[in-house]
Write a protein that binds this ligand. Sequence first.
Ligand code: FPP
Length: 250
Amino acid sequence: MPMVDLDGLDPNRIPRHVACVMDGNGRWATKQGLPRTEGHRAGEEALFDAACGALELGIPYFTVYAFSTENWRRPHEEVRFLLNVIADQLLTRRRDELHRMGVRIRFMGRRDWRVPRWVVRRMDEAAALTAANRAMTLTVAFNYGGRAELVDAVRAIVESGVAARRIDERTIRQHLYAPELPDPDLVIRTSGEFRISNFLLWELAYSELVFTDVLWPDFRREHLFEAVREFQARDRRYGNTPGVRDDGIP
Ligand code: FPP
């Protein structure tokens, strides 16, 4: 049962899967006269608080966009810092805290030559340690791109030798990075930008989108609750008439 005072939220309509584009770390740091990297450090705190809030609300799946396939183009120092924040904070200190709270940690994205082996090792360790946890699944999109995910799915389908006429939406879903993950009901993007930025392109076909001006390092569980409140006020129709669900989910 959720431990939080739901304060106007309908406990029967908590989204099953919430995904976040954690944007605005750099601007937050610049506004404080700090190097951009400090924004990422503060962003990690925000992520942990938001994950705790998701757990309190009883959201079963929480997914965050931590590092995109395009983020490698950032200055070397910033990339190295981000890798260290992810590896040292999330995959060591937070890993144990999240494990105690019953959170399963998973990763989605390309594991290509750009991802250092030691980071891959820590990802695998965190995933293995927390594999049996069921309170919530935290999926970290790392070296992730929605188009790359579709390219990888098409390659895997072709390699499987399936006949073209047998390929349908279910086939594509089964070849995504995390086929068992339900589509996000709610996608939140911070920092006042109105873009999807190559995040979960297939999966968010019917997601409700909530945009907030809050810069990610200032994001706290209360902002998550506010977004869920907004989500609950929406009328999801999936291209159908009101109240009827037909989103193709098996
Ligand atoms: C976007 O802000 C944010 C990122 C590129 C990285 C998100 C990373 C974190 C929140 C750090 C911790 C993550 C984990 C998984 C521990 P930006 O740098 O693009 O900000 P800007 O648009 O203001 O420049």
